[in-house]
Design a protein around this ligand. Structure first.
Ligand code: CUA
Length: 152
C-alpha cells in the first residue's frame, strides 16, 4: 500500500472543494437566472417579422434586423405582458438591445436568438442596434409600446 504525502492529500481536498463550488455555482445560476437567452435551431419561419398574441398577457415577436431597421418597428402590448423575442438578421450582424430590460442579444443571419421579457410598467422601450453595422447604424431602432388599458 502506497502512502500519500500530506500535501498531496491537501491538494486533492482543495481541488475537490473548488470543483464542488464551481458546479454548485453553475447549478445555482441556472436556477436563479432561468430566463437566460437561448439559441434556437434555424427555421425560415422566424425570418418573417410578426407579432403573435398567444393570450392576453403572452406575446411572441419575430424580430428581423436588416440594414438599417428592425421589423416590426413598433410593437404594442398591454402592461404586464410577457414577450418572447426571436431575433435574427437578414444581412450582417446587428445588435438587439433593450436597455431598460437588460436585453443584450446579437442578430445574426442564419441564427435565432430567443429571450423572454416581462413588461411590468407602461412606457416606451427603445430597441437599439448596438453592434456597428454600417453607415445607417446610429439610426437603427424600434420600440415596444407598453400601455395600460385601465388608464384610458
Ligand atoms: Cu444594425 Cu448597427
Amino acid at each position: 500500500m502506497s502512502v500519500m504525502d500530506r500535501s498531496e492529500k491537501r491538494v486533492i481536498a482543495t481541488t475537490g472543494a473548488l470543483l464542488s463550488l464551481f458546479i454548485f455555482s453553475i447549478l445555482y445560476a441556472r436556477g436563479r437566472y432561468n430566463d437566460l437567452p437561448e439559441c434556437l435551431p434555424f427555421n425560415k419561419a422566424y425570418t418573417e417579422p410578426k407579432v403573435t398574441r398567444l393570450d392576453d398577457k403572452t406575446y411572441q415577436v419575430y424580430a428581423v434586423a436588416q440594414m438599417w431597421q428592425f421589423q416590426p418597428a413598433e410593437i404594442f402590448i398591454p402592461v404586464g405582458s410577457e414577450v418572447d423575442f426571436f431575433v435574427t438578421s437578414r444581412d450582417v450582424v446587428h445588435g438587439f438591445n433593450i436597455y431598460e430590460k437588460n436585453v443584450n442579444l446579437m442578430a445574426v443571419f442564419g441564427n435565432i436568438n430567443k429571450t423572454t421579457v416581462k413588461f411590468d410598467k407602461p412606457g416606451v422601450y427603445k430597441i437599439t442596434c448596438h453592434e456597428y453595422c454600417g453607415v445607417g447604424h446610429q439610426n437603427m431602432q424600434a420600440q415596444v409600446v407598453v400601455n395600460d388599458p385601465a388608464a384610458h
